[in-house]
Structures are given as structure tokens and as C-alpha cells.
Design a protein around this ligand. Structure first.
Ligand SMILES: Nc1ncnc2c1ncn2[C@@H]1O[C@H](COP(=O)(O)OP(=O)(O)OP(=O)(O)O)[C@@H](O)[C@H]1O
Ligand SMILES: [Mg+2]
Length: 290
């Protein structure tokens, strides 16, 4: 996989709930080796867009492709094709242990390999043995700082559940990873761990869509940023361009240029430089500060 190839592409994606247009003719591209940040106020359509890409909700209109081939059908098929996601409200199997939840991700990956091997007629379908699974699960857990894998998921804090969900998604070894507010409820240590993982997924040439309200943090991690407003793309560009845009000010402050001191956006823009592009735990939320 070469950095820069478009992995995931969506055109004219739309979804209406009764009188509410949740996602309105959205075009979206994610390249190999790219993190796309998705920001916007509550109700902007971020989660719905993730749901439509992953197949958790059916779009009213629009087309999706992954690696140039149409991407459709149920979420399980899309997972087999290489999409993995986390949920805004974690959806672990609460009666299972942490290890078993991670194994769910491994199983999805095995199934996808199985399918590919049948198609290509290759031998070695049963190459991935349970022992390998366990080792891989332990590797992912260690990367994320997840310990005590024998705990039941319902004994975990919300932040720990999010972390395990990220782990489950990583165990799928996805082509494109979609993360819906992965940092919410995380302590500073978990936050830094998740941020490192997101970068390493990108550095391995995969694509990431990162949704979060912490504009400061998103900007520090992503290659491009998309601002959604009432289901529509209000702006898309580099993090710097997005933070400096009139659209960003208008969406978060209600005015394109009203002469007020928009300190959070300015400070955030200043923070997004190559020299200090690491994650910040300061968590200046534009919406909260507005
Ligand atoms: N299942 C649903 N039924 C009806 N309306 C829905 C449904 N899901 C989302 N909506 C509406 O669609 C719009 C977009 O919601 P969505 O959850 O995608 O926004 P969001 O950007 O993820 O918001 P938040 O930042 O609060 O998570 C909102 O007006 C929401 O009320
Ligand atoms: Mg949401």
C-alpha cells in the first residue's frame, strides 16, 4: 500500500431521519497513510456519517468504495472488506472478558482472511492458530496499556471500555479505522496511548477517520480536517486551514469575522506546528469555550 492512494471514497452520501437531514450529500476521501479528522457541533452528523460508511445505517443516497471497489451491504461484510470502528457509546460484550472482546476482533479478521483465501485459491486457511491469536491480542493490549485481560467488560470504567474497543478494532487489522470520540472519558495516560496508536496505524499506511469534540487534540493528530455543519461539509482542508477558516468561526462562534478574540481557535492553530504536533491533554473544546 502506497501512501496517498485513496482507500475509502464516498460521494453524495445522504441520510434523512423524518424531517431531519442528518447527512446531506457528503463527499469524503481517506487516503492510505492519512488521518482525516471529523469535527462539528452536536448533531452535525458525524456519528451518522460513520454509521453510513460502516453499514450500521443505510444511506438514502450516495456511493462508497474501498480500494476502488464498491463498498455496500451489511456492516459484517464491510468489516470483512477492511473497515473497523469504535462507537461513541462503547458496545462491548459486557458479559465477556477483555480478552474475549479482543478475540471478537481477531475472529472478524480471520473470517476476512478465510474469504480472501477462498477467492484466491491459496492454501493455509488455518494458518492462524489460537496461540497466535492470544499472542496478537496480548501485543495489542500491551500497545494500548490494557492489563488484566481476564476482567469482565462490565467491570471496566467507561475510559477502559473505550480503550478495549479501540483494541478490538485494531485486532481486525483494518484498512480503514473509524474512531467515534475515542478519547471521551480517558485519563491523560490512556489519551496519549490512543493518540500514539492512531499515529502508528497511519504510519503503517492505513487510513483513519477520527471524530472528536476536542478540536485542539484532533488538529494536532490529523492530516486533514473536515468540518460538518447540519449534515453538510462546511470546510475541508489541512488542520491549519480549517482552524483559520471563516466557516470554523461561524460554526463555533456564529460569526465569520466579528472582531472578537477567538482565543481558542488561534491558540489551537498555533499549536499545530510540526515541532509540537503531539497530542495535547489540555483539551480546549471550542464548543465548550465558545
Ligand atoms: N436514529 C436516529 N433517529 C432520528 N434522528 C437521528 C438518529 N440518529 C441521529 N439523528 C439525528 O441526526 C442528526 C445528526 O446526529 P449525529 O448523532 O450524527 O450527530 P453528531 O455530529 O454525531 O453529534 P454528537 O456530537 O452529539 O455526537 C441529529 O439531528 C440527530 O438528532
Ligand atoms: Mg456523535
Amino acid at each position: 500500500m502506497t501512501a496517498g492512494d485513496v482507500l475509502l471514497s464516498g460521494r453524495g452520501i445522504s441520510k434523512r431521519y423524518g424531517g431531519v437531514v442528518a447527512v446531506d450529500s457528503v463527499d469524503v476521501d481517506v487516503a492510505a497513510g492519512e488521518i482525516l479528522g471529523l469535527v462539528g457541533p452536536n448533531g452535525a452528523g458525524k456519528t451518522t456519517l460513520v454509521d453510513l460508511i460502516c453499514g450500521a445505517q443505510e444511506a438514502d443516497a450516495g456511493t462508497l468504495s474501498l480500494q476502488g471497489r464498491p463498498l455496500d451491504g451489511p456492516s459484517s461484510r464491510r468489516a470483512h472488506r477492511g473497515l473497523a470502528r469504535t462507537f461513541q457509546h462503547p458496545q462491548l460484550a459486557l458479559s465477556l472478558t477483555v480478552a474475549e472482546n479482543l478475540q471478537v476482533g481477531r475472529a472478524a479478521r480471520r473470517n476476512s482472511r478465510f474469504g480472501r483465501m477462498i477467492v484466491s485459491g491459496l492454501a493455509g486457511i488455518f494458518r492462524t492458530e489460537p496461540a497466535d491469536d492470544l499472542r496478537d491480542i496480548e501485543t495489542v493490549a500491551a500497545e494500548l496499556g490494557i492489563t488484566r485481560l481476564e476482567r469482565r467488560a462490565d467491570a471496566l470504567t467507561l475510559g477502559e471500555q473505550r480503550l478495549v474497543e479501540v483494541g478490538r478494532a485494531l485486532c481486525q487489522e483494518p484498512l480503514v479505522l473509524l474512531l467515534d470520540e475515542p478519547f471521551a472519558g480517558s485519563d491523560a495516560e490512556s489519551l496519549a496511548g490512543i493518540a500514539d496508536i492512531i499515529r502508528s496505524v497511519r504510519d503503517r499506511g492505513h487510513g483513519v477517520i477520527l471524530v472528536d469534540h476536542n478540536v485542539d487534540l484532533v488538529a494536532s493528530l490529523v492530516d486533514r480536517m473536515m468540518l460538518l455543519e447540519s449534515g453538510r461539509v462546511a470546510f475541508v482542508g489541512t488542520a491549519e486551514e480549517c482552524l483559520a477558516s471563516d466557516e470554523m468561526r461561524r460554526v463555533y462562534f456564529g460569526a465569520a469575522d466579528d472582531g472578537r478574540d477567538h482565543g481558542v481557535l488561534r491558540r489551537t492553530a498555533e499549536a499545530v506546528t510540526p515541532s509540537n504536533a503531539g497530542p495535547t491533554a489540555s483539551g480546549a473544546q471550542v464548543a465548550a469555550d465558545a
